[in-house]
Design a protein around this ligand. Structure first.
Ligand code: CP
Length: 305
C-alpha cells in the first residue's frame, strides 16, 4: 500500500511528476472535478491545524470526493484511550485514504502498519511534514523556476520544526544547494540532520544572526518558535521573539529572494512584510492545496492498481 510518511518516500522523479500534475490542475481545474467521485478521504487530526486539514479537505472536494473528519482528538474515542492502531483499523472500514496528524513522532508510521488504505502523514510531532514540503517545493519551483542552485536560509525553531526537517531532507536530492541555518543555540538543527546533510554533500553553515547571510539567500524560510513543543514555558518566553523579520531587516536581501513560512505566524514576520512582493507565504497556502490534490490522486491510483 502506497503511504507517504516521509518526503523521502517519494522519489525525486515522483516529486517532479506531482509538481507537473499540480501545474496542470492549476491550468485545467475542470479536468479534475470528478477524478475522486465516490472516494472518501478521512482527515484524522489529533493536533490543531488550520491549513493542512482544510486544504486536504478542499483538495478532496475539488476532486469530486467526500471527506470524513476527526478535527480534534478530544472529540474522538482517542480521548477514551483508543490506540492509533485501532482507530486506523476502524477508519479503514469507512474511507479510501487517510490524512493523519498526531503529536507523537512515529504515529503516522504506526498507522501504516494497521492500514490497508494509503496513509498520508499530515505532521507527526517534531518529526516530518511531507505535504508541507510538497507545497514548499511547488512554491519554490513556481517562483524561482528551479529546485537547483539555490541558497536557502532556515530561520527560527530548527530543532522541533518538522517542516524544516522535511524540506531539508528533500533538498538533499537537488544540485548545488547551500543551506544557512539561523537559530538560537537552544533551537539548533539536530545532529542527525547535520550528519544527513553532510552525508549527502549538502553545504551548510550555522549562525545565530538573521542579518549575517541575508544578502546571499535565494529563499528565506521563516518558522515559528513552537510553544507546544516546549516543556518549560520560561524557555519559550525567552526564545519566542528571537527573530522578527521586518522591512528594515530585508534591506540587504536580493530583489528576487522569496520569503516562505509554513504558517501559522506569530511574531516572526511583521505584517508590513506582507506587502513585499517577495513574501510568498500565502501563495504557499494555495499551492499546498494543489499538491495535496496531486498526491491524493497518486496514492488512490496506486491503491487501485
Ligand atoms: N503549515 C501547517 O501545517 O499549518 P497548520 O498547522 O495550520 O495545518
Amino acid at each position: 500500500m502506497r503511504s507517504v510518511i516521509d518526503i523521502l518516500d517519494l522519489t525525486k522523479e515522483e516529486i517532479a511528476e506531482l509538481i507537473s500534475v499540480a501545474e496542470d490542475i492549476i491550468q485545467n481545474p475542470d479536468n479534475y472535478r470528478e477524478k475522486c467521485k465516490h472516494k472518501k478521504l478521512a482527515t484524522l487530526f489529533f493536533e490543531p491545524s488550520t491549513r493542512t486539514r482544510l486544504s486536504f479537505e478542499a483538495a478532496m472536494y475539488e476532486l469530486g470526493g467526500n471527506v470524513l473528519s476527526i478535527s480534534d482528538g478530544e472529540s474522538s474515542s482517542a480521548s477514551k484511550g483508543e490506540s492509533v492502531h485501532d482507530t486506523i483499523k476502524v477508519v479503514n472500514c469507512y474511507a479510501d485514504v487517510i490524512a493523519m496528524r498526531h503529536p507523537k513522532e512515529g504515529a503516522a508510521l504506526v498507522a501504516t502498519m494497521a492500514s490497508d488504505i494509503p496513509v498520508i502523514n499530515a505532521g507527526d510531532g517534531g518529526h516530518n511534514h511531507p505535504t508541507q514540503t510538497l507545497a514548499d517545493l511547488l512554491t519554490i519551483h513556481r517562483e524561482k523556476g528551479t529546485l537547483d542552485n539555490l541558497t536557502v536560509g532556515f530561520c527560527g525553531d530548527l530543532k522541533f520544526g518538522r517542516t524544516v526537517h522535511s524540506l531539508i531532507h528533500a533538498l538533499t536530492r537537488y544540485e548545488n544547494i547551500k543551506v544557512v541555518l539561523i537559530s538560537p543555540e537552544e533551537l539548533k538543527l539536530p545532529d542527525y540532520m547535520l550528519e544527513d546533510m553532510a552525508a549527502h554533500g549538502l553545504e551548510y553553515v550555522e549562525t545565530t544572526s538573521l542579518e549575517e547571510y541575508m544578502g546571499e539567500l535565494d529563499v528565506l524560510y521563516m518558522t515559528r518558535v513552537q510553544k507546544e513543543r516546549f516543556f518549560n514555558e520560561q524557555d519559550y518566553i525567552r526564545l519566542k521573539d528571537s527573530y522578527i523579520l521586518s522591512p528594515e531587516k530585508l534591506m540587504p536581501a536580493k530583489s528576487d529572494m522569496i520569503i516562505l513560512h509554513p504558517l501559522p505566524r506569530v511574531n516572526e514576520i511583521t505584517v508590513a512584510v506582507d506587502e513585499d512582493p517577495r513574501a510568498c507565504y500565502f501563495k504557499q497556502v494555495l499551492n499546498a492545496k494543489f499538491m495535496r490534490m496531486a498526491l491524493i490522486l497518486k496514492v488512490l491510483e496506486e491503491a487501485t492498481k
